[in-house]
Design a protein around this ligand. Structure first.
Ligand SMILES: Cc1cc2nc3c(=O)[nH]c(=O)nc-3n(C[C@H](O)[C@H](O)[C@H](O)COP(=O)(O)OP(=O)(O)OC[C@H]3O[C@@H](n4cnc5c(N)ncnc54)[C@H](O)[C@@H]3O)c2cc1C
Length: 465
């Protein structure tokens, strides 16, 4: 009998290194040298004589923003689930990042507000805060230090195939085409990966693309952090319940301590609503939020507001394709890119690397499509999608007045009870956060005893308020 999604997720979130790492490949090639590609390269380094990362941007370890990752100017946090996996593959990275100024936030230094009400603090999971370019640069310096990993500054343009397997990658450097023979390829080209087009043109199945139109707008600015207001390093304010009570049409705001003694302040809105774009309006919105927001934006601006719009959450389903090339997998945003406000992207990429490890440690038949890999990865994608797209779908259905099935209605009611109970019950808050932090599978929240506890806690709290 196949393992349950909870059991698979528990296995993938383990933090010990594999005992046996067979070298199965001569040249493994990773397309895209961003966070998902770098973490995949780290795992491949255990199983290939040479790992070549092809990245179209000129990158170095300096930690500068770059064209190929436009989202990297926006707020990023590394959830405990992803941090544990990154620490698994690159031991000591957390301490190195902290030594260079990243902030490791413990539960007593973070606070979450749901419509202005503070969530109960729970557990001991820590979140690593730093800017996206900084976090990527720390990962890059560690991965590129591996003796069998190298990079090629080039734009990948397609594949060559032999015996229904990818056998070479075509690329362009300075307008000149070339090709490299490979015996395994990982697509980590982000949400606009061209892999689907490439395989379809060669006569293989195109992975089905699911989209949920969320229409989110981000605005992020950096401020000098003179001191530590309230001794907090991280605050998140969500307009959770209907109608949300956030100011100026906002859905979410976050204040994060990052490297170089700065506050990164992010405001996010859905649909027609737009977060403030001038510093004056930005400060005025923050002044209407919990006090730490106003305090964080009172310092000097160290980087002006930059905005980002994302039309949809999307996932590509690779499991169950009947005709797909062997020796080819896809990871990170190329597979699923979620509503970023849930902060799941880097953690998902790290768990995809762990899926790749479990697949290769199992000594798979490399002449066949990587079905075992896609099945493992499907569990991780489903887990993240259930939380983020599930939450967004409920919001969109409520706005549009869509009638949903009784099953869906019950699930959404249970989730609402759990979320409300995180304001008053530590056990529920801990179970909920384990899922939100990608340490546990969302099915763990379906435990009837937990839902009953949430209902009772919420009723008790309503009775006294
Ligand atoms: C606004 C916003 C906020 C976010 N906040 C968070 C957060 O708080 N926490 C979190 O965990 N995640 C967050 N995410 C998600 C996170 O940014 C990504 O999940 C993460 O960066 C992993 O992405 P990736 O490596 O798969 O793809 P990307 O980072 O998009 O990288 C793709 C890479 O592929 C390269 N590439 C593309 N095409 C080619 C080609 N043909 N040849 C060679 N190279 C190519 C690109 O140059 C790029 O380097 C956020 C996303 C957004 C949009």
């Amino acid at each position: 009998m196949a393992d349950s999604p909870i059991a698979v997720f528990d296995r993938l979130t383990r933090v010990d290194l594999p005992q046996h790492t067979p070298v199965l490949l001569d040249t493994a090639c990773v397309l895209g040298g961003s966070i998902a590609g770098l973490l995949a390269a780290r795992v491949l380094a255990d199983h290939a004589r040479t790992v070549l990362i092809i990245e179209r941007d000129q990158v170095n370890v300096a930690g500068l923003p770059r064209a190929g990752v436009p989202q990297d100017r926006q707020g990023h946090g590394l959830l405990p689930g992803g941090l544990a996996q990154i620490e698994r593959w690159l031991p000591g990275l957390t301490q190195e990042a902290q030594d260079l100024g990243a902030v490791l936030v413990s539960p007593d230094q973070q606070v979450v507000y749901l419509d202005g009400h503070q969530q109960v603090r729970s557990g001991d999971a820590q979140i690593l805060m730093g800017s996206r370019p900084f976090l990527e640069s720390r990962i890059r310096s560690r991965v590129l230090a591996l003796p069998n990993v190298s990079t090629l500054s080039a734009r990948a343009t397609g594949f060559e195939y032999r015996n229904d397997a990818v056998s070479a990658v075509r690329y362009v450097v300075d307008g000149v085409e070339d090709v490299v023979s490979v015996d395994f390829v990982v697509d980590a080209m982000g949400r606009s990966s061209k892999l689907s087009e490439w395989v379809e043109q060669a006569g293989y199945d195109r992975p089905r693309l699911q989209r949920l139109r969320t229409g989110i707008s981000y605005a992020t600015a950096l401020f000098e952090r003179a001191d530590k207001p309230d001794d907090l390093d991280l605050a998140c304010a969500l307009g959770q319940f209907s109608p949300p009570s956030s100011p100026d049409g906002l859905a979410v705001g976050a204040v994060n301590a990052i490297e170089d003694d700065q506050w990164l302040v992010m405001l996010m809105a859905y649909g027609e609503n737009q977060p403030s774009r001038s510093i004056e309006a930005f400060r005025s919105t923050c002044a209407k939020m919990p006090p730490i927001f106003g305090e964080a934006v009172s310092g000097a601006v160290t980087r002006e507001i930059l905005t980002y719009h994302q039309a949809d959450s999307r996932r590509r389903d690779f499991a169950g394709l009947s005709r797909f090339p062997a020796r080819l997998v896809s990871v990170g945003d190329a597979v699923a890119s979620f509503n970023p406000v849930y902060g799941q992207g880097i953690s998902s990429a790290a768990l995809h690397a762990s899926c790749l490890s479990e697949y290769l440690v199992g000594n798979p038949a490399l002449t066949m499509p990587a079905a075992e890999f896609f099945a493992l990865q499907g569990v991780v994608v489903d887990a993240a999608w259930t939380i983020s797209a599930g939450g967004d779908a409920a919001r969109l259905d409520a706005i549009a007045g869509v009638e949903v099935s009784e099953d869906v209605r019950r699930q959404r009611w249970a989730m609402d009870q759990l979320i409300r109970a995180t304001l008053v019950d530590e056990t529920v808050a801990q179970a909920f956060n384990a899922v939100a932090f990608m340490l546990a599978h969302p099915f763990s929240l379906g435990d009837p005893a937990l839902v009953e506890r949430a209902v009772a806690a919420h009723q008790r709290a309503s009775a006294v308020s």
